[in-house]
Design a protein around this ligand. Structure first.
Ligand code: ATP
Length: 788
């Protein structure tokens, strides 16, 4: 029998048998399936016989569609493969190795904290210094030309400076590393959920991200550096913990034993937390962020280590920044986002409805922000596809941002006496002597410094009309900016918009209650929290981040109430912005809970069959053929048939599971039975053979397999996972879901009552079932599988 015909036989064998197996279940559940939006994603194919279920990617899908899953995203495998090699290693190295590994883990976390903080420090200083130069020059130009009535010159200078700076960052993002665009939080969230987002944790990405964020903020875009810091922390963690760099093709030959998805994921979640901690000076908020936003698997050891990393990160950044600002040892610069120390604000119980009202406003505005951004993103996907167009768009936004600022300063006459709340770059413009233009002060500094101004300036510092115009303009600018081909986050712009409308509402409340003294800082802070909460829909971590950034635990209750109401209100209309972007990208993300009312969907309906299986001792030619014919990444290993006729009529008993990458490494190293004790022996084959290649394995077409090798055999038993998780064909969808979600599985063989393989389920099979909620309605949809 030729190799290719062997492949066909394997398929056809299982086809006929599976048909019999699933007939009953299918009959039972047909009524349920007709209730679903049963779209054309499940394309029955194969030889046309009844019961063959193989999902083929749908080729033509409307770009920007929300109900797709992209086949290009592979999964990570968080399940440890307990094969013979691993057991051998444990036996040989014993307890000292366990202790050593633990020490190494803590050491790596320490390094992650320090390096993440140093990157944050560099980014912060660059932004601060470049911004200082830029705004000083602009001020000089305005002061000179306002007297000559030639204000168009500083305007053009401003626009040109913005465009040139943003151009550099946008070129880098568009042409060098597109995955560095945006804040990076959605990508990190996907990674921690178990989806491999290509190139997301590379050093090249980190470089583009760091330079990109500096250019975005200095270039005057309505973006922040906090989100990119979280992504940077994740990249640092992935790089250090693996002891090698794919970008530089350099292996430092350290920490090899952490070269597996599970260990790497734990470090990445610690790195993301260290990034949050560096960004906001919020070590506890960092841990909670990792817990709330990403990591689906958590344990006590990880909590401790992550917390250690966040504390180290805050401390290092604190130390470096205070030394830089000439107060070494003072430790008063805890994070990149420094909102300034807030006073505890007293509040009465009758104010709680006011905070809830802020939450509602934040939720509605957040949902609107997300909706506009969603529409813009779809437009970008459809019409702004090419790299140069994306650069042009970024430059256009940079020019519009400067124009908006200039028009506001020029048209809105809002002056304040100098010296009351000194700004670094006071611009007199058309104000009387001894006064400066407040809007110019807001625009001629980084957005972060503007948030501080809105939080701390006294009542009466801004005219309500100026605030209203600022809110509208910045709201629109920030939603346009998020998703551009630049590296920037959305935390700061939303805090800024929220602080502005919070202040505006404070003025209105003051107007309505003239006898009361209203604290504008309180409402500006609550407004900032509400706006951000309405966009990102985070609750616990955001509350703690804001408390830690403002240094006031007593302000916690108003912030919690506001954030919870903002989330509920926003969720009524649409999803959080990160989830919207994840859905647009078609990432097979698994939510926290299985879809409700799905206990009557069975594994036999969800699984793919016939299954491509391999025998415990398999022919090299057959393996090569299978790997070339299909792109699957996991293959159940089954008992060899007892006789030829048995192969045609029965399923095979499950013996283990082997991944594509393991097979590739075996073929690459020619671990054939025939070569045992010549080119390799049991003594020199160990886990390091696989770790050396991790995480990028050669493709099957790159391997040099001679014709004669195809007649050789490989014994898969020492290398396969001998005890993979399995479920019986009658298991329900929620049960499958929980296994995938909690254990971070990649493949799950489905077996019948005799432990024989009848189907295969992967993360994409589960992620296809998605719940939708819209304005109080709820339902479930089945997503399409796109090949792009
Ligand atoms: P991953 O996405 O983790 O890389 P994969 O490439 O093995 O996993 P998917 O791309 O998720 O698999 O699978 C596409 C479809 O192929 C799914 O419907 C899945 O059930 C099916 N499938 C996966 N492995 C096999 C196999 N060995 N035999 C038959 N069908 C399979």
């Amino acid at each position: 029998m030729s190799n290719s015909s062997k492949v066909d036989d394997t398929i056809s064998v299982n086809t006929s048998d599976t048909a019999n197996l699933i007939t009953n279940e299918e009959e039972a559940s047909t009524s349920h399936f007709t209730q679903l939006n049963k779209s054309s994603d499940i394309q029955e194919s194969g030889d046309g016989s009844h019961g063959v279920r193989r999902r083929q990617p749908v080729q033509k899908i409307e770009p920007g569609s929300m109900n797709i899953l992209s086949a290009k995203y592979e999964s990570l495998d968080y399940d440890t493969c307990e094969n013979h090699l691993l057991l051998d290693e444990e036996r040989k190295r014993g307890y000292p190795f366990v202790v050593w590994k633990d020490i190494a883990r803590w050491f790596i976390v320490l390094l992650i904290g320090v390096i993440t903080a140093l990157i944050a420090f560099t980014i912060d200083i660059c932004i601060e210094e470049f911004s200082k130069i830029k705004y000083k020059q602009l001020k000089k130009s305005v002061d000179t030309y306002v007297l000559l009535d030639e204000l168009y010159i500083p305007y053009l200078l401003w626009v040109l400076t913005n465009i040139c700076i943003v151009f550099i960052g946008s070129m880098l993002v568009s042409y060098v590393e597109p995955v560095a665009a945006g804040s990076g939080i959605p990508q990190v969230k996907c990674y921690l959920n178990g989806v491999k987002v290509p190139r997301v944790v590379r050093i090249k990405t980190l470089f583009v991200k760091a330079v990109g964020v500096i250019t975005a903020v200095v270039g005057g875009l309505a973006g922040g550096k906090e989100g990119p810091m979280i992504h940077s922390g994740a990249v640092v963690a992935a790089g250090i913990s693996q002891g090698k760099s794919t970008t530089f093709n350099k292996d430092f030959k350290v920490f090899q034993y952490f070269r597996e998805d599970h260990e790497k994921r734990d470090f990445v979640s610690g790195g993301a937390a260290a990034g949050v901690s560096a960004a906001f000076g919020a070590p506890i908020g960092g841990v909670l962020f990792s817990l709330e936003e990403g990591t689906s698997f958590w344990n006590q050891g990880l909590t401790w280590r992550t917390f250690f990393g966040t504390v180290v990160s805050t401390f290092t950044l604190n130390f470096a920044l205070s030394a830089y600002h000439g107060h070494p040892g003072e430790l008063s610069y805890p994070g990149l986002l420094n909102l300034g120390k807030m006073e505890p604000f007293p509040f009465q119980f009758y104010e709680l409805p006011v905070f809830m009202m802020f939450g509602v406003v934040g939720g509605v505005l957040g949902a609107l922000w997300n909706h506009i951004n969603y529409k813009l993103t779809v437009f970008r996907i459809r019409y702004v596809g090419s790299a140069w167009l994306r650069v042009v768009e970024a430059c256009l936004v940079a020019a519009v941002s400067a124009s908006c600022g200039f028009l506001m300063m020029f048209l809105l006459d809002d002056c304040r006496p100098l010296g009351e709340d000194p700004t670094k770059v006071p611009l007199q413009l058309f104000c009387a002597d001894g006064e400066y233009n407040t809007l110019a002060a807001i625009w001629f500094q980084t957005p972060e410094a503007s948030v501080r101004s809105f939080l701390h300036d006294p009542m009466g510092s801004y005219k309500p009309w100026s605030l209203l115009v600022f809110v509208v303009v910045y709201f629109l600018l920030s939603t346009w900016t998020f998703g551009l081909a630049v590296s920037s986050g959305l935390f700061i712009p939303n805090l800024l918009t929220g602080a502005a409308w919070g202040r505006l509402l404070a003025i209105i409340i003051q107007y309505m209650l003239p006898g009361h003294s209203i604290n504008p800082a309180k409402y500006a802070l609550v407004g900032a929290a509400a706006q951000l909460g309405g966009v990102v829909r985070m609750t616990i971590s955001l509350t703690v981040i804001i408390i830690e950034t403002t240094g006031q635990i007593s302000n916690a209750l108003p912030i919690i109430i506001t954030l919870v109401v903002a989330k509920w209100t926003g969720d009524f209309f649409n999803e959080g912005i990160y989830d919207i972007h994840i859905q647009l990208a078609g990432v097979p993300l698994l939510p926290w809970e299985p879809p409700p009312l799905t206990h009557n969907i069975y594994a036999s309906e969800v699984m793919s069959h016939p299954v491509f299986t391999l025998r415990t001792v398999e022919n090299v030619g057959h393996i090569v053929e299978i790997l070339r014919v299909v792109s699957y990444n996991g293959f159940p290993v089954v008992d060899p048939p007892l006789a030829d006729d048995a192969e045609v009529t029965t399923y095979k008993r499950l013996r283990g599971l082997i991944r594509r990458d393991q097979l590739i490494v075996l073929l690459h190293n020619k671990i054939y039975n025939e070569n045992a004790n010549t080119t390799w022996s049991n003594f020199n084959v160990d886990m390091d053979m696989f770790r050396k290649e991790y995480p990028r394995y050669p493709s099957i077409d790159k391997l040099d397999i001679q014709e004669w090798e195809k007649t050789c055999m490989i014994d898969l038993r020492p290398f396969m996972n001998p005890s993979p998780y399995t479920l019986p064909h009658r298991a329900s969808l929620p049960r499958l879901f929980r296994l995938f979600r909690a254990l971070g599985l990649r493949h799950l063989p489905i077996v019948n009552d005799h432990n024989e393989v009848v189907g295969m389920v992967t993360r994409k099979d589960i992620a296809r079932y998605r719940v939708w909620r819209h304005r109080g309605h709820m339902g479930m949809e089945e997503l399409l599988l796109s090949s792009e």
